[in-house]
Design a protein around this ligand. Structure first.
Ligand code: UTP
Length: 294
C-alpha cells in the first residue's frame, strides 16, 4: 500500500513579476479572489485531500502569509463583541490546527526546484503534495483529492495535467503520455518550456504534484535550467528513470492567477458562482454598457 500523503508544500517565494506593481510589497499569493487570498484556496484544497501538515516556503515580504495563518485575538474579540459570529467561525475554520504549519525561507528566488528543495528537512523521508498557489482550480472534488484517489492505486509520483492550445505550449512544462486512462496514465517523459515543434504533447503540468522524497537529493545537484532557474521539471525527469510517474487529467477548471487575465477571470467566475455575491454583482454588471466594451 502507498504511504499516505500527510504533508503539503506551498512555494510562495517567487517575485511575482508578472503582477507588478501589486506584488512589489505584497506576495501574489495574498491577492484575493472575491474575498479569500489565493493561498487560502490552496490550503483548503490540501485539507480536503487529507493533508495535515502545511509547509510554506516563503521569501522577502512574505511574513503576511504567516500572519494570515495565525490567530488575531484583537479581531476575534471585536467580532465576538459585535455579534459577528458567522465571520468569526469562518476565520477559525480557515486556520490549520496549532502546530500543523511550518515556515522556511528561500533566501534567493532561484526557481521552483530550489524552493521545493528548501522544504527538505521539514518534509523528511515521506511522500508529499506540492501545490503552486497561484494556480487556482475549481473542481469537485478538488484537484489534489482527485490525484490522491489515483495515488492510492498507483503509488509513486503523480502530476496533474491539462490540455492547452499549441500556441501556448512553450510557456509550460509539457509531458509525454504513455498508456492508461485519463485519471491515471503513465508519463513517459517531460520537458520544461519546449519549442512548439519539440513539444511531446499538448498536455501541460499544471501546478499540483505528489512527489516521493527522492526528489530532494536530485534537486540538491540540479544545475540551472530554462530561464537560469533550478527547474523542478528537470529533477522530475531524472527521477522518472527510477520511479513511476502517473498523469491525472483532472476534472475542473483552472485559472492561472499569476497572470492578470487569469486572475480577473477567476474573480468573475467565483463571484458569479457565489449565492451571496451573484445577484448584486449581476445587477452592477448590467448597469455597465458591457456590449460597448466587449
Ligand atoms: P512562478 O514562476 O509562477 O512565480 O512560480 P514567480 O516567479 O513569482 O512569478 P513571475 O513569473 O515572476 O510573475 C510558481 C510558484 O513557485 C513559487 C512562486 O511563488 C509561485 O507560487 N516560486 C517560484 C518560488 O517559491 N521560488 C522561486 O524561486 C520561484
Amino acid at each position: 500500500m502507498s504511504q499516505r500523503v500527510r504533508t503539503a508544500v506551498f512555494p510562495v517565494a517567487g517575485l511575482g513579476t508578472r503582477f507588478l506593481p501589486a506584488t512589489k510589497a505584497m506576495p501574489k499569493e495574498m491577492l484575493t479572489v472575491v474575498d479569500r487570498p489565493l493561498i487560502q484556496y490552496a490550503v483548503d484544497e490540501a485539507r480536503e485531500a487529507g493533508v495535515e501538515h502545511f509547509v510554506f516556503v516563503t521569501g522577502r515580504n512574505k511574513s503576511v502569509i504567516e500572519d494570515h495563518f495565525d490567530r488575531q485575538f484583537e479581531l476575534e474579540t471585536t467580532l465576538e463583541s459585535r455579534g459577528k459570529l458567522e465571520a468569526l467561525k469562518e476565520l477559525q475554520r480557515d486556520l490549520p490546527s496549532a502546530g500543523h504549519t511550518s515556515f522556511t525561507r528561500q533566501q534567493e528566488p532561484l526557481g521552483l526546484g530550489h524552493a521545493v528543495w528548501c522544504a527538505r528537512d521539514i518534509v523528511g523521508d515521506k511522500p508529499f503534495a506540492l501545490l503552486l498557489p497561484d494556480m487556482l482550480f475549481k473542481g469537485e472534488p478538488g484537484v489534489l483529492k482527485q490525484m490522491i484517489d489515483t495515488y492510492e492505486e498507483t503509488g509513486g509520483n503523480v502530476v496533474a495535467v491539462e490540455e492547452v492550445p499549441e500556441s501556448e505550449i512553450s510557456s509550460y512544462g509539457v509531458i509525454a503520455r504513455g498508456g492508461g486512462p485519463d485519471r491515471g496514465f503513465e508519463i513517459t517523459g517531460m520537458v520544461e518550456k519546449p519549442k512548439r515543434e519539440d513539444a511531446p504533447s499538448n498536455l501541460i503540468i499544471s501546478g499540483r504534484y505528489i512527489l516521493q522524497p527522492e526528489i530532494f537529493s536530485l534537486l540538491a545537484d540540479q544545475p540551472r535550467g530554462a530561464g537560469g532557474e533550478i527547474q523542478l521539471t528537470d529533477a522530475m525527469q531524472t527521477l522518472m528513470t527510477r520511479q513511476r510517474f502517473t498523469g491525472v487529467k483532472y476534472q475542473g477548471q483552472s485559472f492561472d492567477c499569476g497572470s492578470k487575465t487569469g486572475f480577473l477571470t477567476a474573480n468573475v467566475v467565483y463571484a458569479l458562482d457565489r449565492d451571496d455575491i451573484r445577484p448584486g454583482f449581476l445587477r452592477e454588471l448590467r448597469k455597465l454598457d458591457l456590449e460597448d466594451r466587449l
